[in-house]
Design a protein around this ligand. Structure first.
Ligand SMILES: Cc1cc2nc3c(=O)[nH]c(=O)nc-3n(C[C@H](O)[C@H](O)[C@H](O)COP(=O)(O)O)c2cc1C
Length: 330
């Protein structure tokens, strides 16, 4: 087994509670640390630099309480994220131990983290982006595979994970997408992953501050209830199918297609979609939501109850160990 990720952070189990826009919060990060795993949140959940600084101070204090887990931040490094430099400097000031970069060029994050020993893993969905991140000296990859919550990649984990591992044996790979139980973790570790990054499963935890209706929908949904929509951000992302979504339409109509064909207008239309998408996602977190835009990946198939975050981690770890023991004794 590749234990590089687990060992470099002294974790009890090589699992990342994945960063989730509008979902990840301080309680989830603290519970992840208590459970001996890595909790990561998107800096965009605390947009104002003072709020981000306050959150990081709380997490650093928690890190000093003898926990076996750790924490990190997710920086969207795309050009459209106007907060990325400011957020990075706040994170570097607080010596954040772990970064996950997504969408774009991570060079400036790698440079800043390296100055004090922070580690940077880059989200990758294909070999081309992996090549670029490897050349920049990233410390690891998150292989974002098909079936994932959020912006899923096009390739299945049993192809992308070993392909990355084969091409970049010196770089640890964490598998992401469709993982919510110990058997899947065992499968990923067997394929050569150094750990896993799990998002959707943790939306249905006690600490997540989303509506009960959202959590119930995660418990009820089957994998075939997950559909892709490009109306939330302009890029396809996965959501639970609901009558409200069907009524509004999952894909951009003729107006969207018209704007997308114009190089100049496309940028502004995408920005409009993103702002509207954020407002709908925010509304959908509330009990009395009219939108019901519930972001989730195909691992909903294996979510059967809402539990405290630590219990979820413990049950994944237990099933993982049982699976390995069964395989070894077969
Ligand atoms: C509600 C939701 C919000 C997400 N927000 C982000 C984000 O802000 N940044 C990011 O890099 N990935 C984001 N993701 C992707 C996760 O970090 C992770 O890669 C993915 O959830 C793993 O797949 P899984 O949901 O099947 O476990 C999000 C996923 C979900 C479900």
């Amino acid at each position: 087994m590749d234990l590089r990720f687990q060992k470099s952070f002294n974790l009890k189990f090589p699992l990342v509670v994945a960063p989730m826009f509008l979902v990840s919060n301080v309680r989830m990060m603290q519970s992840a640390m208590d459970a001996g795993v890595m909790g990561v949140f998107p800096t965009l959940n605390y947009r104002a630099p003072e709020l981000l600084a306050d959150t990081l101070s709380k997490l650093n204090q928690h890190l000093q309480t003898g926990v076996t887990g750790s924490y990190g931040v997710n920086l969207i490094v795309q050009k459209t994220n106007i907060y990325k430099e400011k957020h990075l400097s706040v994170c570097a000031e607080h010596k954040v131990p772990f970064y996950i970069t997504s969408l774009g060029d991570p060079a400036f994050v790698i440079e800043a983290a390296r100055s004090y020993g922070g580690k940077v893993y880059c989200d990758v969905t294909n070999m081309k982006h992996a090549d670029k991140c490897a050349a920049l000296g990233c410390d690891g990859f998150i292989a974002v595979c098909s079936g994932a919550g959020g912006h899923a990649g096009p390739y299945p984990a049993h192809i992308l994970v070993p392909a990355l591992q084969k091409q970049f044996p010196e770089i640890p790979v964490l598998a992401a997408g469709g993982i919510s139980n110990g058997k899947s973790v065992a499968a990923m570790m067997t394929l050569g992953a150094a750990g896993v990054s799990v998002g959707t499963r943790f939306i249905a935890c006690d600490e997540a501050e989303v509506s009960d209706a959202y959590k119930e929908a995660l418990v009820k949904a089957r994998f075939y209830d997950i559909v892709m929509t490009d109306k939330l951000s302009g890029t396809p992302s996965s959501v639970i199918i609901t009558p409200e979504l069907v009524k509004a339409g999952l894909n951009q109509g003729p107006v969207g297609r018209y704007f997308n064909e114009h190089k100049f207008l496309r940028k502004y239309y995408k920005l409009y979609l993103q702002l509207r998408g954020i407002s709908q996602l925010k509304d959908s977190m509330k009990t009395e939501s009219k939108h019901k835009v519930w972001s989730a990946g195909q691992s909903v198939e294996f979510i059967d109850q809402v539990l405290p975050l630590q219990e979820i981690v413990d049950s994944i770890k237990l099933e993982y160990e049982k699976t390995l023991a069964e395989i070894c004794s077969a």
